[in-house]
Design a protein around this ligand. Structure first.
Ligand code: CP
Ligand code: NVA
Length: 300
């Protein structure tokens, strides 16, 4: 875990298997109340959000404060990353005030530029390419809800080959659980994401849902793609996660990173039904990110 101390956290793929499992183990201890260190005592983090956020923003803010630190939250109106001010200048200035930057950006290259200009840790709170903090919570949720996360845990993601699934693909590669991504042909994960996760199976055939332990989906239109919403609704219509689809995997639990759009990517019956673990999943953002921060800033 030494490698995490003082480091950036930009993607799941930067971790090795032991580091990823170490984050999940510590998250479990934190959640169980068996860990109360304050590695952020006397430290301040900037939470820089170029896009809207509820879960990520609040869970980081609360997590920082539970670890003894302070968080300063900045929205796009204040900073205007790359518009009002160049990305590198923002990082250099924040370095003089705070001990790290948690950043939600549009282009992933903004995150890379923040990280290279900042001497302090930079944490990816979502970019157009990945959402690794989400996936830490997802993995914790799978471990808790299924009691295992291994080669026997078949995870099927149905929907857009977006930032969330790219991080999930990296996690599947590291931990060795079988992941299938079912997307319309024009909305499959990027070539880069597929190249990083060659064992993940990518298809447009919904029959792949059969036998899943987890069925996971996300919005059809991610933040920043609003102009494509109508075209996407038409392309994705048959990829809705509804009761008929869930019947193909009778044992499967349902996951969604939220926010959700009932009647689009998922029906109310599924997301509000007994097989849904979406609110435990959202709750786990807090424990997973506290573990990550504790390992970056502490002696854990
Ligand atoms: N899942 C997630 O990242 O939610 P927010 O966009 O509300 O932070
Ligand atoms: N794919 C979604 C995730 C939101 C948490 C988006 O980028 O908007």
């Amino acid at each position: 875990m030494e490698r995490l101390r003082g480091s950036d956290f930009l993607d799941i793929a930067q971790l090795d298997r032991m580091e990823l499992e170490g984050i999940l183990d510590l998250a479990g201890r934190i959640k169980a109340g068996g860990w109360s260190d304050t590695p952020l005592l006397g430290r301040t983090l900037a939470l820089l959000f170029q896009k809207p956020s509820m879960r990520t923003r609040v869970s980081f803010q609360v997590g920082v404060s539970r670890l003894g630190g302070r968080a300063v939250t900045l929205g796009n109106e204040e900073v205007g990353l790359g518009q009002r001010e160049g990305v590198a200048d923002v990082a250099r200035v924040l370095d003089r005030y705070v001990d790290g930057i948690v950043a939600r950006v549009g282009p992933h290259r903004d995150l890379l530029e923040l990280a290279s200009a900042s001497a302090n840790p930079v944490i990816n709170a979502l970019s157009d390419a990945s959402h690794p903090c989400q996936v830490l919570a997802d993995l914790l949720t799978m471990r808790e809800a299924l009691g295992r996360l291994d080669a026997t845990t078949r995870v099927v993601f149905v929907g857009d080959g977006n930032n969330v699934v790219s991080s999930l693909m990296e996690a599947a590669t590291l931990l060795g659980f079988p992941l299938t991504v079912v997307s319309p042909p024009a909305y499959r994960p990027s070539a880069e994401a597929v190249a990083r996760a060659p064992e993940v199976s990518v298809t447009s055939d919904l029959a792949a849902v059969a036998g899943a332990a987890i069925v996971y989906t996300d919005v059809w239109t991610s933040m920043g793609q609003e102009a494509e919403a109508e075209a996407r609704r038409a392309e994705f219509a048959k990829y809705q996660v509804n009761e008929r689809l869930m019947e193909m995997a009778p044992e499967a639990l349902f996951m969604h990173c939220l926010p959700a759009h009932r009647g689009e990517e998922v029906t109310a019956e599924v997301i509000d039904g007994p097989r849904s673990v979406v609110f435990d999943q959202a709750g786990n953002r807090l424990d997973a990110q506290m573990a990550l921060l504790a390992l970056i800033y502490g002696e854990a």
